[in-house]
Design a protein around this ligand. Sequence first.
Ligand code: ARG
Length: 685
Amino acid sequence: MQILAQIRQRFAPVVESLFTAQGLTATKQQVDSALAMIRPAQSAQFGDYQANFAMPLAKPLGLKPPEIAQRVIAAVDLSGLCSEVSVAGPGFINLKLADDFLCQQANQAFKDTASIALDRAGMVAVDRLGVSTPTISENIVVDFSSPNVAKPMHVGHIRSTVIGDSLAKVCRYLGHRVTTDNHLGDWGTQFGMIIYGFRHFGNVEAYHAAPVPELSRIYRYVRRLLDLLEKLRDLPKWEQATVTAQERISICQAELAAAESSADKAATKVARKNLADAQQQVKELAEMIAKAQQQLRGAAQDEAVSRDLVQHAHLHEAVLAETSKLHAGDSDNVNLWKEILPHCHDEIDRVYHRLHVQFDHCFGESFYHDRLAPLVTTLQNQGLVKTSEGAQCVFLDNFDAPMIVQKRDGAFLYATTDLATIQYRMEHWRPDRVLYVVDHRQSEHFHKLFAVAQRMGYQHVQLVHVNFGTVMGNDGKPFKTREGDTVGLEGLIDDAVAKALEVVATLDDAKPAGPEFSATQRREISEVVGVGALKYGDLSQNRTSDYRFDFDQMVALDGNTATYLQYSFARANGIFAKAETTPDSIRSANTDIQLTNEAERTLLLALIRFQDSLEEVLVDYRPNLLCNYLFELTQEFFRFYNRTDCRVVGVEPKLQASRLAICDLMARTIKTGLALLGIQVVGKM
Ligand code: ARG
């Protein structure tokens, strides 16, 4: 049920004829952008939908906007669709849907009881709700989550995981063929770290007792040593830089004095700016030095760390050497990697299980290893590669630096693997589109990657970097633990569930007839509410901006939260219980939804916009638009729910049946919408 598309279709010939009447021919782009300005009305006083294209068309048509609007409403055929169209203000066209049309669309959604699986395994099946499938179904690959394994998943991984999962589900629901692939980092330097760490700092007993925690400990320990060694190496450089910057301050001060005394305004401005820059630099260096010194003092108090810093002073090089040996097929390293890898999978699988996220494939970087050398040969044969300082490089127009595909020492890079991945996916899956859900810091990498892919001949696939911002703490800086470590994802889920338990307990304790849940039930509900809150807290943000992580806000019962939406679902179920009926019998009763007042009308209007909201999500890959939609829908539902003239239970039987059907449609839309965000509902809260 596409409402907007139906309205736009009626306007399309009218827009074209406006041009023709002026002796002009409209381009497709002119028509499309005019039609794109037909949107749901911002406020009910402007009707249900608004067409605002009269203003931008004034110039190309050489007509005043009110004149254009008048011509449009005289010509447009909205029969069966709208009951009122009028011109307001400087040329806004306001549209009101016909009640018959509204009811008919709502009934179509209500009576569509078919379901569709959101994952290949068919584990998550949801209602179709009258949502139509596209005439051209695309083949879409979604590359998401993709953590570097061998280290615990942290807060940074949540965004790619939940945004990617949701986009894949929305694509599938709208009728596209989707393949999800978790491009695991299972072959990178972190394995060099683990291999080296395992041999030198590992505790075999601890590993056998509980491999994953021991591997995490080893990883963190090596990471810490590497950081400290880097600080030891950088400190003298920073101190030297401070001296230089201080000298610059003196020079800038002298320049400023000279400029001021010669009353040269422009030069004074420049000198002031230079001085401020130099002072800022000294300040930043001082902060870095203080922080590093504090870290090093902490290390000095730890005997093992102090000893290992001396004994493993060349850790950085050693780690790279272990990685190279692994890649070169050294049997000891390969065997150790094979031994460790399954445990790394266990670690991330536990998190995926909790988030109920699944993938069709988990082809990690290691999967492509044997394809890298042939890939470079292909690039060479295509004449795309030049040797520069011993490295194999693809030079690109519009980029400062080339893409290096093989280093001088023969090693391949992240980019090489990504090219081999494109090659593999094109050969085996033939996608029309590939979405890479990866954070914005990799923008440059993907720009280059897509440019090289084009030159390799992959012109017909649309490669998209669906980038996203950083998760910030309450202090507005990247979210870290008090000790300055990254925040582990598993712990975060536990915390969200604990927060949810408070909310669930408060709601339950406040029930007029006393609490109804056992401790186990409370825990089960909290798991759904907590995980939902965490996911929704992320998905409801504009993906390209950074956002602040705030637990209290996430589980709030009254706001744009999953908890609020889940609560509305539970309330709808409460109505069914009160009416002593079930969703199944409501659906099989052959009821027709009827319209009897404004609150019902507004709710239905929101309900029939479901498909339009999903299509908007895919325009620029923004799940937050679905969140906004569901939030507005829920608000309308509670308005309906709280009105005395919208009582459901106990009114005249035909009206009760119609209102129960509206509640059922609302509950199914919320449940389906949340499922498309990867979030579950509970029958009672
Ligand atoms: N493992 C990478 C990282 O953690 C992300 C991989 C994203 N996908 C890709 N095809 N490059 O930075």
